[in-house]
Write a protein that binds this ligand. Structure first.
Ligand code: ADE
Ligand code: ZN
Length: 327
C-alpha cells in the first residue's frame, strides 16, 4: 500500500494553520483586505522565524470573518487531510482568532465548523475539535477561551489546550483555565518542549495536569523525564517537519522522534500547520521512512498509539479502529 493511502490518525492540526495560502489569498480579495506581504511571489506563506510565523499566521486569520468562512475553511482542510489518508483528525480551534472568544458568537462559529465536518464524513474522515488558548495573549484572555470551551464541551468539542509563544510566561499561569476545562469534562493538551526545554514539559504535567503534550520533543534532553513520559503513557503529538522548518533541530537525522519511540514514549505523528511547512501527512511518513527506516508495522503502531490517545468517545474510537484495520 502506498504511504498516501495508508490510513492515518492525526492529533495535532491547527485549523487556521492548515488554511491553504490560495484559500486565504482569495478570501482576502473577496473582502478587500490587503495581506499581500504575508505571501511569497510563488503564493506560499512568507516567514523568517517562529515569532514572524506567529504574526503571519494571525494576519492570515484576519481575513476569516464569518461562521460561513470557517465552514469553508473546515471543508477545504478536511479535503486535504482525506487526500492523504487521514481517517480521524483532531483540530485546534482558537476562539481568540475566530470571534474574540465571545461565547454566544463562538456557539455559531463552532456549529458551522461542526456541520462542515459532518458533511465531510462521507469522505471517510472524522474530525473532533480542541479549543486552544494562545499563550502570548496571556492568562486573562485564556480564561475567556476556556469559558468558550467549557460552555460548548460535547462529544465533538472534546478538549482544551494552549499554543502560541512558549517563551511567554509559565504553563502554571494558565492553571485556572485548564482547571475550568477539566471540570467541564474536557481532555487536556498543551504545546510544551518545542521552544523551551524539558522543564516546560514537566511544568505542563505538574501544573496543568495535561494528558498529552504538543511537540514535547525537547524532553529528550532529560532522561528522567523521558522515563516519566513512558511510564505515565503521556502521548506526544510530534510534528517532525514543523520542527525542522522552524529550526528546533537542524536536520531530520537530529530529530529525537525515533529515540523517544524506542524509549517507550507514546509518539504520534502530525503536520501542525501543513501549508506553512510545505508538508502533508504523506510527506511526514515518507520522511520518517527515509530517515529512520520506519515501515508499515511502525506506522501501524504509531497510528494505534494516536487512536489510543485520541480524545473522542470509545464509540468513535471503535469506528476509527475498524477504518485503520480495514484498508
Ligand atoms: N500555533 C500554531 N502552530 C504552532 C506551533 N508550532 N507552536 C506554537 N503555537 C503554534
Ligand atoms: Zn502546534
Amino acid at each position: 500500500m502506498s504511504l498516501t493511502s495508508l490510513p492515518k490518525v492525526e492529533l495535532h492540526l491547527h485549523l487556521e494553520g492548515a488554511a491553504p495560502p490560495a484559500f486565504i489569498h482569495s478570501m482576502s480579495r473577496e473582502k478587500n483586505i490587503d495581506i499581500s506581504k504575508i505571501f511569497n511571489a510563488d503564493g506560499s506563506y512568507n516567514f523568517r522565524d517562529f515569532t514572524h510565523f506567529l504574526s503571519v499566521y494571525e494576519a492570515a486569520c484576519s481575513v476569516l470573518k464569518t461562521p460561513e468562512d470557517f465552514a469553508r475553511l473546515t471543508t477545504a482542510v478536511l479535503e486535504q487531510c482525506a487526500a492523504h489518508g487521514v481517517v480521524y483528525a483532531e483540530t485546534f480551534l482558537s476562539p481568540d482568532l475566530t470571534c474574540e472568544a465571545d461565547v454566544p458568537a463562538w456557539r455559531e462559529y463552532l456549529g458551522a465548523m461542526q456541520e462542515a465536518a459532518d458533511r465531510a464524513e462521507s469522505q471517510g474522515i472524522t474530525l473532533r475539535g480542541i479549543v486552544t488558548c494562545i499563550r502570548h495573549f496571556g492568562p486573562e484572555r485564556a480564561k475567556q477561551s476556556a469559558l468558550c470551551a467549557a460552555e460548548t464541551a460535547s462529544d465533538w468539542l472534546v478538549g482544551f489546550g494552549m499554543g502560541g509563544a512558549e517563551d511567554m510566561g509559565e504553563q502554571g499561569d494558565f492553571a485556572y483555565s485548564f482547571d475550568m476545562a477539566r471540570e467541564a469534562g474536557l481532555r487536556l493538551t498543551t504545546h510544551a518542549g518545542e521552544w523551551r526545554g524539558p522543564s516546560e514539559v514537566s511544568a505542563a504535567l505538574n501544573d496543568l495536569r495535561v494528558e498529552r503534550i504538543g511537540h514535547g520533543v525537547r524532553s529528550i534532553e532529560d532522561p528522567a523525564l523521558v522515563e516519566r513520559l513512558a511510564e505515565e503513557k503521556i502521548t506526544l503529538e510530534v510534528c517532525p517537519i514543523s520542527n525542522i522548518t522552524l529550526n528546533v533541530f537542524p536536520r531530520m537525522s537530529d530529530h529525537p522522534v525515533e529515540k523517544l519511540r524506542k524509549a517507550g514514549v507514546p509518539v504520534t505523528i502530525s503536520t501542525d500547520d501543513p501549508p506553512f511547512f510545505h508538508t502533508t501527512m504523506t510527506r511526514e511518513y515518507e520522511t520518517l521512512e527515509r530517515t529512520f527506516g520506519w515501515d508499515e508495522d511502525v506506522f501501524a503502531s504509531v497510528n494505534q498509539t494516536a487512536l489510543d490517545g485520541a480524545f473522542c468517545t470509545d464509540e468513535t474510537r471503535d469506528i476509527i479502529s475498524k477504518r485503520l484495520k480495514s484498508e
